[in-house]
Design a protein around this ligand. Structure first.
Ligand code: AP5
Length: 217
């Protein structure tokens, strides 16, 4: 299956993408993770991208689409994928459609997570991640066994530079302005499945699995 996962920052896209990708045996491809990998490698692209991401601004459409569609050409994505956080503008969706259309490939469904802004701020200001192994935790909702240490590889946990309350509010405003129109764009194509992102990780993944079961029917 070829799935797009959309949702405001902190709604749980990355958390749910890992669960669903395992269930569907497809790679989870996150535009945010692809950008962070470039930044940590210190490439010219990474430096350019970091100026946008640290400020909570979107990376330009053409550049984002080139990075993600390049990743989609890798062999593990040939039979399906789950896109996390891309596309997030109508312009990006058009570029994706154009790139997939060349191979006659189509998107099967778009799952749209929804969560109130207050909960988003709570989730993001408490998020910590392990740069060494990619594990994500929350200081309150899923705290590590040893404070500030990764349960998996014992590396130090860090806070993302864009997870301050001020930047989160800017990211939320951009979501309303740039991504909400994209939800309408996918709804007009009968591809949109809204999913309530409140509740436990398990409750949300059960709702997503039910939505996908409806797509498969
Ligand atoms: P990106 O990394 O994609 O950031 P985002 O979309 O803002 O989403 P997040 O990663 O912050 O949140 P999430 O929804 O994945 O939540 P998570 O699962 O971690 O992008 C970063 C930046 O890159 C963007 O701001 C932009 O600059 C740039 N960029 C990326 N893609 C782009 C694009 N397509 N176009 C242009 N620019 C782009 O969960 C959050 C926290 O909540 C965690 O601590 C988690 O443990 C906890 N949690 C998750 N689920 C639950 C639950 N059910 N209950 C309690 N806690 C939970």
């Amino acid at each position: 299956m070829r799935i797009v996962l959309i949702g405001p920052p902190g709604a749980g896209k990355g958390t749910q993408a890992r669960v669903l990708a395992g269930l569907l045996s497809v790679p989870a491809i996150s535009s945010g993770d692809l950008f962070r990998a470039e930044t940590s490698r210190g490439t010219a692209l990474g430096e350019l991208v970091q100026r946008h991401t640290d400020a909570g601004e979107l990376v330009p459409d053409e550049l984002t689409a080139a990075v993600v569609t390049g990743r989609l050409r890798e062999p593990d994505a040939a039979d399906g994928f789950l896109l996390d956080g891309f596309p997030r503008t109508v312009g990006q969706a058009e570029l994706l459609e154009e790139a997939l259309g060349k191979d006659g490939t189509v998107i099967d469904a778009v799952l749209a997570l929804g969560l109130p802004d207050e909960e988003i701020v709570q989730r993001l200001t408490g998020r910590r991640l392990c740069p060494a192994c990619g594990t994500t935790v929350h200081t309150v909702f899923s705290p590590p066994r040893v404070p500030d240490r990764c349960d998996g590889c014992v590396g130090p946990l860090v806070r993302r530079a864009d997870d301050t309350e001020e930047t989160v509010l800017r990211r939320l405003a951009l979501y309303a302005e740039q991504t909400v129109p994209l939800l309408r764009w996918y709804a007009a194509r009968d591809l949109l499945f809204p999913v309530d992102a409140a509740g436990t990780v398990r409750e949300v993944s059960d709702r997503m699995s039910s939505a996908l079961a409806a797509v498969a029917r």
